[in-house]
Design a protein. Structure first.
Length: 101
């Protein structure tokens, strides 16, 4: 998070008002081996964290666009494991569009 906070700050310092920033991201969670009920949100980095960082560094979010991915990236074995252990997976990215204010 420190990297992104500094990156957004530097981007703001080095652009003019009205500049547009597009940021494609995905939530980071420890879901690969952890059942959903046992996941700790304290160790996750989500869309809400990126939104907060952008706002704190002088950017105004103008759009959020959901960018779904194909579930084909997981094998049948991986899907079965996730079903058996009740693990939630993520199959999308978010495109945040922000304006330098």
């Amino acid at each position: 998070m420190q990297f992104f906070a500094r990156f957004f700050e530097l981007a703001h310092e080095n652009t003019r008002p009205g500049a547009i920033l597009a940021f494609l991201n995905a939530d980071w969670r420890d879901f690969e081996s952890t059942p959903a009920k046992k996941e700790s949100p304290d160790h996750a980095i989500t869309l809400f964290d990126f939104h907060r960082l952008l706002s704190e560094t002088g950017w105004k979010i103008t759009h959020r666009i959901e960018c779904p991915l194909s579930s084909e990236r997981l094998s049948g074995t991986q899907v079965k494991k996730m079903q058996d252990k009740r693990i939630l997976g993520t199959f999308s990215r978010n495109l945040l569009i922000a304006k330098h204010i």
